[in-house]
Design a protein around this ligand. Structure first.
Ligand SMILES: Cc1ncc(COP(=O)(O)O)c(C=O)c1O
Length: 396
């Protein structure tokens, strides 16, 4: 055993404390913004939520932003606003979090998986085309890790078949494609503000759109599907009308205050994420057993994940890699167990392993390394050293 022996095989762990794969970054400015709200009149949805929505709609260059309690509830609202219903089919990617597919299932529509383009790890427009039927009404692509999907190719398919497109941009807030902010593409896009995402409100999400009718529908559904200003009741200021089955997905001013303060740091966050990615790319690009994430295509992404693929040349498989990194006290994660592997999607919709070969091939090696703006250069170096140790240990 030498000083370079990986901890999994008897060496000393590189770190004493655990480095998480993702983390929020909160400063005194954020804390005092939250405290200010607590001293004010509104602690549920009020003027600070509106201000947060306005800032995001300006940033994303869209007419409307509707804040919700999470990315998941934002996707739910988007599917309802799109009018998805039973007997409809909605095409999406299997390499994602369950909530993406639930954009369909919440509305009792069927999620239809298509395979990914392994170079972007996002929906392949040709595979989508092959899955279209006369029941297909929608498309829910996901910008994996922040890397934009093939927006042009997917919009072309959507145009050919008159599909409503809901971009799951939960990983991609703050990025751009072809000079356009991610999220500004039609018909709707959804962001998540979970603590590991590009900015956070604790829990939180947002739907953005240029479509006035969709925006009105989203706002009503967010709050009980209630019309607070119904026609014919102008002289009865208390009169509200329930128009359908809505929800209470109201985000609070407390969360919006945190979100606004985080927006002030968006550039700082992006810059730090980009610096870490450059350090990883330079060091890990030299290891033949590691495939670094795809280079951006026509875009300036804000990456949420740095997901490498472990290849045979490393001399150990993904499972051993993950456990070896954990032994070094380095938190890594796998995004995602493909959705067609899960009992729910198999039992409800008849999916089986083997159906989406590109997704499965990418998944087999996939590991997300730590990436968040709180990481300092030493943290980054620890991750690189851990991977180099493993590579050296397994080299014949
Ligand atoms: C791709 C994707 N879509 C949707 C969601 C749901 O977002 P939230 O956790 O804010 O509900 C997540 C969350 O991890 C996600 O990664």
């Amino acid at each position: 055993m030498t000083a370079d022996t990986p901890a999994k095989y008897g060496g000393e762990p590189i770190r004493e404390d655990v480095l998480g794969y993702g983390s929020q970054s909160i400063t005194e400015a954020e804390k005092s913004a939250v405290l200010d709200v607590l001293d004010g009149d509104y602690i549920t949805r009020g003027p600070t939520v509106e201000e947060f929505e306005d800032r995001v709609s300006d940033l994303v260059d869209v007419d409307h932003a509707i804040a919700t309690t999470s990315g998941t509830t934002a996707l739910h609202l988007a599917g309802r606003a799109a009018g998805f219903e039973s007997d409809d089919e909605v095409i999406t990617t299997p390499l994602t979090f369950a909530a993406t597919a639930h954009t369909a299932t919440y509305s009792e529509a069927t999620p239809v998986f298509a395979d990914i383009d392994p170079n972007r790890r996002t929906l392949d427009p040709e595979s989508v085309r092959a899955r279209i039927t006369d029941k297909t009404v929608g498309l829910v692509p996901m910008h994996y890790g922040g890397h934009p999907a093939d927006i042009e190719g997917l919009l072309e398919v959507a145009d050919e078949h008159n599909l409503t497109v809901i971009w799951d941009a939960c990983h991609a807030f703050g990025g751009s494609w072809n000079g356009e902010p991610i999220g500004s593409q039609r018909d709707m896009a959804v962001f998540s503000f979970h603590p590991v995402k590009n900015i956070t409100t604790g829990e939180g999400g947002m739907v953005v759109t240029d479509d006035d009718d969709l925006a009105r529908r989203l706002r009503h559904l967010r709050s009980f599907d209630m019309n607070y200003e119904p026609d014919g009741h102008e002289s009865e200021p208390w009169y509200q009308v329930v128009e359908g089955v809505g929800y209470n997905y109201n985000i609070t001013d407390i969360q919006a205050a945190l979100g606004l303060a985080q927006l002030d740091r968006l550039e700082e966050f992006k810059q730090r994420r980009d610096e870490i990615i450059t350090q990883y790319d330079d060091a890990l690009g030299e290891i033949s057993g590691i495939r670094t994430p795809p280079n951006p295509v026509e875009s300036d992404p804000m990456y949420h994940l740095y997901a490498v693929e472990v290849r045979d040349e490393l001399g150990c498989d993904r499972q051993e890699f993950v456990n070896a990194m954990h032994a070094e006290n380095i938190g890594v994660q796998v995004h995602y167990v493909p959705l067609h592997f899960h009992p729910f999607f198999q039992e409800e919709f008849g999916y089986q392993r083997g159906m989406f070969p590109e997704t499965e091939r990418v998944y087999e090696g996939l590991v997300s390394l730590p990436l968040h703006p709180e990481m300092d250069d030493e943290d980054v170096e620890d991750v690189i050293t851990a991977v180099r140790r493993l590579d050296a240990y397994h080299r014949p």
